[in-house]
Design a protein around this ligand. Structure first.
Ligand code: NAD
Ligand code: MG
Length: 393
């Protein structure tokens, strides 16, 4: 029996995780859940899955959740605040932690899970982007097992040899090919991009996801973050990672070997597949995802990314090559710019400008420890807020 904690159970990944878990009561129990908004949903999840702990953001939400659960027989202890998230990720009665909080706020609880030697199911890519070296060192030191949930990285994990120990050349890998759908604006005339709305940006053609990652998919920053994520997960250099636009989102990524073999993982675009894979690994369990119907798919298309249309992709490669604090600054500035766009304070096309300005402003520095990561994040946010004023609507 695997005892699971879900950081961010009320989000898109959290809900999909509970959907898979509910199909396998013989394999999984839920020990702890967390949610920041949608307290009603968190209460419903507590009633259904009866976790020992539920964590919310503040005392008011804790009281609200307690009221909602007053007549429930589930003896769920309610905690609140960032410390409680770290505590829940490191509980002795937890075996596996689904890290599904969005953004930099997910870093510290995810690190706590790594430090405690848990099986870490990593959806929160921002944690790895901002703190790659520190994070991977904690995984090593804590004896944690890191399994990627991001569909591309889960696909790559599945296409690599099982005992791949971080040396791609040794196992004959030439390149990692990261697929990208191209998002909702792949073919939108450039002139129209300056006026696109948050509603248009979050309407992803293939995946249903949270708002932040949906905007990231529209700018292709999501793919940029994933390039950096792949670098840390698979010890791949920037020159070993190539982005391929694949509008059907059926091939989730590929590994190109020196003998000319290219292995791919395919499936319907539904996050329950990588979630089920990581939950049960190395076994396989049903996820309720419909079988792939190749005759319905009929064709698979591939294009080179349009770098002029999607400058965020180059900014991410630039940050990866620069090393040190650059990826943390990139991530922080992106979070600020995306939030401003969603609040209609920043035009879509200026998201990249804000990130570029932050990268150009913050002095380069190394990231030896968590304090340095948090400082880079802080500086990236300040630089982005300053740049925002230039473009604000
Ligand atoms: P979402 O917005 O739907 O959910 C985010 C979760 O984080 C919610 O449970 C929310 O309550 C919690 N949260 C938000 N702010 C918080 C805060 N300040 N403190 C504590 N908790 C907070 O996002 P999502 O789409 O589920 O994505 C979650 C993570 O998974 C992101 O890092 C995203 O990049 C990654 N991811 C998502 C998908 C997808 O299909 N949705 C695919 C790949 C990777
Ligand atoms: Mg992805």
């Amino acid at each position: 029996m695997i005892r699971l904690a879900i950081l961010g159970s009320t989000g898109s990944i959290g809900v999909s995780t509970l959907d898979v878990v509910a199909r396998h009561p013989d394999r999984f129990t839920v020990a702890a859940l967390s949610g920041h908004t949608r307290i009603d949903l968190l209460a419903a999840q507590c009633r259904r899955f009866r976790p020992a702990y539920a964590v919310v953001g503040n005392a008011d939400d804790a009281r609200r959740l307690a009221t909602l659960l007053a007549d429930s027989s589930a003896a769920t202890e309610i905690l609140h605040g960032p410390q409680a998230l770290e505590q829940m990720a490191a509980l002795p009665e937890v075996d596996a932690v689904m890290a599904a909080i969005v953004g930099a706020v997910g870093l510290e609880p995810t690190l706590a899970a790594a430090r405690a030697g848990k099986r870490v199911l990593l959806a929160n890519k921002e944690a790895l982007v901002m703190a790659g070296a520190v994070f991977m060192a904690e995984v090593q030191r804590g004896g944690a097992q890191l399994l990627p949930i991001d569909s591309e990285h889960n696909a790559i994990f599945q296409c690599l040899p099982p005992l791949h120990a971080g040396n791609l050349a040794q196992v004959g890998v030439r390149r990692i090919l990261l697929t990208a759908s191209g998002g909702p604006f792949r073919t939108t005339p450039l002139a129209e991009l300056c006026t696109v709305t948050p509603e248009q940006a979050v309407a992803h053609p293939k995946w249903s996801m949270g708002r932040k990652i949906s905007v990231d998919s529209a700018t292709l920053m999501n793919k940029g973050l994933e390039v950096i994520e792949a670098h840390w997960l698979f010890n791949a250099g920037a020159e070993q990672i190539e982005v391929v636009i694949h509008p059907q989102s059926v091939i989730h990524s590929l590994v190109d070997y020196v003998d000319g073999s290219v292995l791919a993982q395919l499936g319907n675009p539904d996050m329950r597949t990588p979630i089920a894979h990581a939950l049960a690994w190395p076994e396989r369990i049903a996820s309720a995802v419909a079988p792939l119907d190749l005759f319905a798919v009929a064709r698979l298309d591939f294009e080179r990314p349009d770098h002029a249309r999607f400058p965020c992709l180059d900014l991410a490669f630039q940050a990866l090559r620069a090393g040190g604090n650059a990826a943390a600054v990139l991530n922080a500035a992106n979070e600020v710019a995306v939030a401003a766009f969603l609040e209609r304070r920043l035009p879509f096309l200026n998201i990249a400008d804000v990130i570029a300005a932050a990268l150009a402003t913050v002095a380069q520095a190394g990231l030896p420890d968590l304090a340095a990561v948090l400082e880079a994040d802080r500086q990236g946010r300040i630089a982005a807020e300053t740049a925002l004023r230039r473009y604000a609507t």
